[in-house]
Each structure stands twice: as structure tokens, then as C-alpha cells.
Design a protein around this ligand. Structure first.
Ligand SMILES: [Zn+2]
Length: 331
């Protein structure tokens, strides 16, 4: 199952610290200082990527880390004609598969809980804005007491550590599902990895290092923080985990990488991506999660859904659709 990754990452093997995803064209995004003389921001860069939602008494802040572009040949099982139809129907460019990288802050009582942490600089300059956007949301990294990890891929965990190897969240306990931890920290995972996959493993191992002594391993189907329980969503990685936030009869499932490509996956949950460790299990989990979310009218949040990544899954014939959540005027 990892063979398919080789072709994907073939061009990446020679890249040093930064994975060179060939689709990244970040001209506008990489310009930091687009500010006019009088201090007024010019309207050529986007405003901060933050948005707030309520789940009963719990508040959730969506925080954008950035975006990257999938390559079409990273999608397994895709029918090209159907793919072009879906892109056209969604008013999207025919030649680009843009995916957000989102993270979420859960404000539960006096607790400040971060779910995933973005990429830092692992995937190039269109990403790594998490800390900047947290600041815009008024969230001090030192105030985060818990980091919940959906899985240990670099676009989810690399943001927990600074480029200097220091914990980006100095007071946080790191919470990881036990099978996920076992896989990524095992010496043989690194030694058995194909060369072009080794960087993923090295980044995961380096990211967790400064958290030594304050890592909590969890099982699923259990409460892991006040109002938050862990849900097994395996397939994409061995211990891929969702976090169900519940308060006052309201609920939100932060589902990690259940969807990579919203333009395709609701219509075709069986299309997989080369990053899936076990593609068949990933697709099965996706369909099962869609069924559950649609049947229970459960609000969901996803790391690669278009920012802020919140909404509802609906049934659409034999397939599914997604209805994004709108702005909340009162929290
Ligand atoms: Zn991801």
C-alpha cells in the first residue's frame, strides 16, 4: 500500500527540509507586507483566517494554516471525465485541486484545546500561518493546555514544534491515540520506510520530541478532555482519530482527514489519495462517517474542507453532499 506513495513522492526525495509540492504557486500569499503608507492594509492579501462557532456552551475557533494543491495523479480511482464534471459544477478551476489546512481551538470551560497544528514550514510558503492566525484570534500559544492530534502526518503535527525544535505550545499536554503513536514512533517504521516516505516519519518523530514527559496516549470511545471524546476513524493512518465535541445537546465531530478533496469525496467516497496508509479502510471509514453524520444531522469540521471547514453532510441519491455552515452572528 505504500508503493503508490513512491511515485507520488518521487520528486520529493531529493528535496531537503521542505517538501516541494509542485503545484504550489503562492505569489499573493507569500507577500507578507502588503500595507499602504498610511498603515491601511491593501486589499491584495486575505484577512486573517479565523472564524468562531458555538457547540452549546463550548466555543470553537477555526484557524487556517494555509493551503496546498493536490496533483490529479495523487487521487486513486478517479474518473477524469467525472472529475471535470464535478469541478465545473462547483465553479472550480479545471486544472487545480486546492485543499485547505485547518486547525481548531476548542474553548471548553477554562480549558483551551487545540486540535492539530498545521504544517509550520514543511510544505512550503502557502502554509504555516497557524501561529499568526491564532494571534489574530487572541489565542496565546502559552494558554493552550492540550493539543489533540487527529494523526501524525506533517500537515497536522509539524506545527507543534518551532523551526528551532522547541515546543510551540509550551504548556500543552500532547494527546495522541495509542496505535497512531506506536506506528510513527517505532524505530522500524523509520527503518522500513521507503526513502521518499522517511521524511514524513522523521518530521513526526522530531515534532513530538520536545513534548517528552507530557504525552498522553489515549484509546478511542472515551472522553479525552471536558466535553470532547475520541472516535476511531482508521484507514488514512493506523490510528486516525476524530474528536466529538458535545455540549447542551449540540455536537460537532472534528473529523481530521476523513475528506481530503471536498470537490470529489462527497460524490465519490471510494476515491482515495496516495497518502492513505490503507486506502480500502480509509474509504470505508469515509462512507461510514458520512452515513452517521447525515443520519444524526451531526455538524462536522474537517482539516481539508474549504476554510473554515464546518458544515453538514447530506445524502444525495447513492452519494453525499456537503452544506457549509454560515456565519454565526451570536455565539
Ligand atoms: Zn492532512
Amino acid at each position: 500500500m505504500r508503493v503508490s506513495r513512491r511515485s507520488l513522492l518521487a520528486g520529493v526525495a531529493s528535496a531537503p527540509a521542505t517538501l516541494a509540492f509542485p503545484g504550489l504557486v503562492p505569489a499573493a500569499w507569500s507577500s507578507e507586507a502588503d500595507t499602504a503608507e498610511d498603515g491601511a492594509a491593501a486589499a491584495t492579501t486575505q484577512v486573517p483566517g479565523i472564524q468562531r462557532f458555538s457547540v452549546g456552551d463550548i466555543k470553537v475557533t477555526a484557524v487556517l494554516d494555509g493551503f496546498f494543491d493536490f496533483q490529479f495523479d495523487w487521487v486513486i480511482g478517479m474518473d477524469e471525465v467525472e472529475a471535470q464534471r464535478l469541478l465545473a459544477d462547483a465553479f472550480l478551476p479545471a486544472d487545480r485541486l486546492r485543499a485547505a489546512v485547518n486547525a481548531y481551538v476548542i474553548h471548553s470551560g477554562d480549558r483551551t484545546i487545540l486540535v492539530d497544528s498545521g504544517t509550520r514550514d514543511a510544505f512550503g510558503p502557502t502554509l504555516g500561518r497557524l501561529l499568526q492566525n491564532l494571534a489574530a484570534a487572541g489565542v496565546d500559544p502559552a494558554s493552550i493546555d492540550t493539543v489533540l492530534v487527529t494523526h501524525m502526518h506533517p500537515d497536522h503535527i509539524n506545527g507543534i514544534v518551532t523551526a528551532e525544535g522547541v515546543a510551540a505550545f509550551p504548556n500543552a499536554e500532547l494527546v495522541v491515540q495509542e496505535a497512531e503513536w506506536a506506528y510513527w514512533t517505532a524505530e522500524e517504521t523509520l527503518s522500513n520506510a521507503p526513502d521518499d516516505f522517511k521524511l514524513f516519519v522523521q518530521l513526526a518523530q522530531a515534532a513530538v520530541k520536545p513534548y517528552e514527559g507530557r504525552v498522553r496516549l489515549i484509546a478511542t470511545d472515551m472522553e479525552v478532555a471536558p466535553g470532547v471524546s475520541a472516535m476511531a476513524l482508521p484507514g488514512h493512518t493506523p490510528g486516525h482519530t476524530g474528536y466529538l465535541v458535545e455540549s447542551g445537546g449540540d455536537a460537532l465531530l472534528v473529523w481530521g482527514d476523513t475528506v481530503h478533496l471536498p470537490m470529489f469525496h462527497f460524490a465519490h467516497p471510494d476515491w482515495t489519495v496516495i497518502f492513505d496508509g490503507d486506502p480500502r479502510a480509509a474509504a470505508a471509514t469515509r462512507s461510514r462517517t458520512f452515513d452517521m453524520a447525515a443520519a444524526e444531522r451531526l455538524k462536522v469540521a474537517g482539516m481539508h474542507l474549504q476554510f473554515p471547514g464546518l458544515g453538514h453532510v447530506i445524502r444525495d441519491g447513492a452519494a453525499y453532499g456537503f452544506v457549509p455552515a454560515g456565519w454565526e452572528y451570536e455565539l
